[in-house]
Design a protein around this ligand. Structure first.
Ligand code: RI2
Length: 308
């Protein structure tokens, strides 16, 4: 259990971050936990596995990749501990393998939407979005990238390092320079923490500003998202919770004393409505946001209730 708790803590503190990476880390932690789990009954096994799943899911509330990973990796239909254990080990291993392959496929599919000489804007640090940009670059297309700083945690610094290490022409901008810079951009590519059944994109705070500026400037807006980033429970009315993080990410605690009484709001994500999204690129194909239900049904196995 200690190993699983350590992984949960790394996800919570964002030592492991990125919706895809936290999903794979959760699947791995669950697999390792189940492999070593010793119980005296099947009921005890079930209770302990369920507890482990909820510890992992509760670390970050917005990224649906976590509950989806736990659902896909941790599913079993068994009556004995050994059957259940073996099914979970197989399912978790398959989830982790598929997550890696998905990024390659997203890169291949998405790169077709970039032309030689295109300028891309990206936000925060998304492995899926960068897979597209890096694949296009590897294909010999000359791609220029504007990457936002992405306050408060500045994941943009991870992005610019990764892109410039890959030899891509990269420019860092502050978040407030998005609209000013959009006139130079052909395509915006961002990742996804969750996509709802109505095709809305929940992603790093500030994403909706990129979408709005892109819409105004008639610039393409693409989200790169593995199919496990779609939120099945939104089909039955659930809302995606927006994670509110520690104010200390915005202002260090030693400065807080200078502004007594001032409240600090630190939402980590925002929502971009589907009308601002041209395309969602998944490992299964590229389609408009209005097709979200198809993914929820065919890839995650949830569907509308049949009445009567
Ligand atoms: O799965 P990949 O594409 O890497 O990232 C998807 C999204 O996850 C990140 O969240 P955070 O930095 O963990 O809060 C960003 O919002 C990014 O767009």
């Amino acid at each position: 259990m200690q190993q699983l708790l350590d992984t949960a803590e790394k996800i919570r503190t964002m030592e492991i971050r990125g919706a895809g990476r936290i999903a794979a880390a959760a699947a791995r932690a669950l697999r390792d936990y189940v492999e070593m789990l010793e119980t005296s009954s099947f009921e005890e096994f079930v209770a302990k596995v369920e507890k482990a799943k909820s510890i992992l899911i509760e670390t970050r509330p917005t990224a649906v990749s976590l509950p989806n990973a736990v659902m896909l990796a941790g599913s079993y239909d068994a009556e004995t501990v050994e059957e259940a254990r073996s099914q979970i080990l197989d399912n978790a291993t398959e989830f982790i393998r598929n997550a890696d392959t998905a990024l390659d496929n997203i890169g291949e599919i998405g790169a077709k939407r970039l032309r030689d000489g295109d300028t891309v804007m990206t936000h925060c640090n998304s492995h899926a979005a960068l897979a597209i940009i890096k694949t296009a670059h590897k294909q010999g297309k000359r791609i220029k990238v504007y990457a936002t700083e992405s306050r408060p945690r500045r994941q943009g610094f991870i992005t610019i390092k990764e892109l410039s290490d890959a030899g891509i022409d990269t420019t860092l901008i502050v978040d407030s320079a998005v609209r000013y810079t959009m006139k130079n951009v052909d395509t915006v590519i961002v990742g996804a923490d969750s996509i709802t059944v109505n095709g809305a994109l929940v992603n790093k705070i500030g994403t909706s500003q990129l979408a709005l500026a892109a819409h105004e400037a008639r610039v393409n807006f693409i989200s790169a998202a593995e199919t496990y980033k779609f939120s099945p429970s939104t089909l039955f009315g659930d809302l995606v919770e927006i994670e509110e993080r520690d104010p200390e990410e915005v202002i260090p605690s030693d400065k807080l004393g200078d502004i007594p009484g001032v409240k600090i709001s630190n939402p980590a994500f925002d929502v971009t409505p589907s009308e601002y999204i041209d395309l969602i690129v998944t490992e299964a194909g590229a389609f408009p946001p209005q097709m979200a239900y198809v993914i929820i049904k065919e890839h995650l196995g949830w569907e509308l209730k049949k009445m009567g």
